[in-house]
Ligand binder design. Structure first.
Ligand SMILES: *Cc1c(COP(=O)(O)O)cnc(C)c1O
Length: 379
């Protein structure tokens, strides 16, 4: 089946107990055994839950993996993945990654003896030079956050396979509609389902999609052992969101493209970051690797940030992305405040950088909003 059909049907069967078309919310902690040692397939909802199972099966199909797992947040999913490793293991990670991922790696996992090297994964030689005897994993974000840098998944996976390293791709920005990293050989896909997969800014959730039975078994063991699973209600909302993922992504991209082109011409804007622009350094790879360029646009403004942000009416000043509502944020003081200033600067997250999550509103209204903001921004 094609992706648009899969979004609506993959993993979903009418409820076996009642025939309900929409997946019921199995809001229960525990399941009664039929007999001693005999269940109907479920015993305790931390281990597994029927609503969660439907979401997990849908995610596995949409990403082209063997199994999916739903977590209470993107960070819970990432924390669980990091427990595949042990003390002394070394990870190579992209440098301009999600701020919370950077904090998990540098402030938390290092306490347990894991080591990290951050670098731009676009350069094969730099990756090879960073590999050490204890390197176990490469962590990839493409497009990266907030600068929308594009990594060549095939190239990174090739290096990883030569050195027997696990590859993890954070696919939050693209969603499986625009990018399916497993098709390029990535071992694990991670998501913040909070963003496009749910799409309505009303839950926090995460997911991991695996590619082998061994990885699936390990992730299920960790999810259950660490208790990082998602609640049935949140799974239900993500399932609901996924039905409209293709139509939402198309509209996000259409609006984002128009906005990127508008900003690119504006005298108060110095630089626009959107992989759909021909001028974007990763445009060629993005075009080959992705089915679309997504709904996030970043730019450097050459006038006052604060007065610009205060002028906006439709774009809400808020972190997060991927919802119907358009959001604007200031990475240096918001999403990437957990990155030390010198690191932020060195990867290009300057104080005049603005990130837009372009929503599903009428694009003329969105451009008018930005236009008023830029016109009235103090020089
Ligand atoms: C939001 C986000 C996360 C973290 O997910 P939460 O659901 O907020 O815990 C991880 N990676 C990326 C790219 C994100 O945008």
């Amino acid at each position: 089946m094609k992706f648009d059909t899969e979004s609506i049907h993959a993993g979903r069967e009418p409820d076996p107990a009642t025939g309900a078309l929409a997946t019921p919310i199995y809001q229960t902690s525990t399941f009664v055994f039929e007999d001693v040692g005999k269940t109907k397939g479920y015993d305790y909802s931390r281990t597994s839950n029927p609503t969660r199972k439907v979401l997990e099966d849908a995610l596995a199909r949409l990403e082209g993996g063997n199994r999916g797992f739903a977590f209470s947040s993107g960070m819970a999913a990432e924390t669980t993945i990091m427990h595949l490793l042990k003390a002394g293991d070394h990870v190579i990670s992209g440098d301009d990654i999600y701020g919370g991922t950077y904090r998990l790696f540098t402030n938390i996992m290092t306490k347990f003896g894991q080591e990290f090297t951050f670098l731009r994964l676009s350069d094969r030689e730099r990756i090879e030079n960073a590999i050490k005897p204890n390197t176990r994993m490469i962590w990839i974000e493409t497009p990266s956050n907030p600068l929308l840098n594009i990594m060549d998944l095939e190239m990174v996976v090739e290096v990883a396979k030569e050195h027997d390293l696990l590859t993890v791709a954070d696919n939050t920005f693209s969603s499986p509609y625009f990018l399916r990293p497993i098709e390029y050989g990535v071992d694990l896909v991670v998501h913040s389902t909070t963003k496009y997969l749910n799409g309505h800014c009303d839950i926090i959730g995460g997911a991991v999609i695996t590619t082998t039975d061994d990885l699936a078994e390990e992730i299920q063991f960790l999810l259950n052992g660490m208790g990082t699973c998602a609640s049935p209600f949140d799974c239900w909302l993500v399932l609901r969101g996924i039905k409209t993922l293709p139509v939402r992504m198309e509209r996000h991209e259409k609006n984002a493209t128009a906005i990127a082109e508008y900003l690119n011409e504006h005298p108060k804007v110095d630089e626009v970051f959107y992989p759909g622009l021909l001028s974007h350094p990763g445009h060629g790879i993005a075009k080959r690797q992705m089915r679309g360029f997504g709904g996030v646009v970043s730019f450097r403004i050459n006038s006052d940030v604060t007065s610009f942000l205060r002028e906006l009416e439709i774009f809400s000043l808020a972190e997060s992305l991927g919802g119907a509502d358009s959001l604007v944020e200031h990475p240096a003081t918001m999403s990437h405040a957990s990155m030390p200033e010198d690191v932020r600067r060195s990867v290009g997250i300057t104080d005049n950088l603005i990130r837009l999550s372009v929503g599903l509103e009428d694009v003329d209204d969105l451009i008018e909003d930005l236009d008023r903001g830029l016109r009235n921004a103090n020089v």
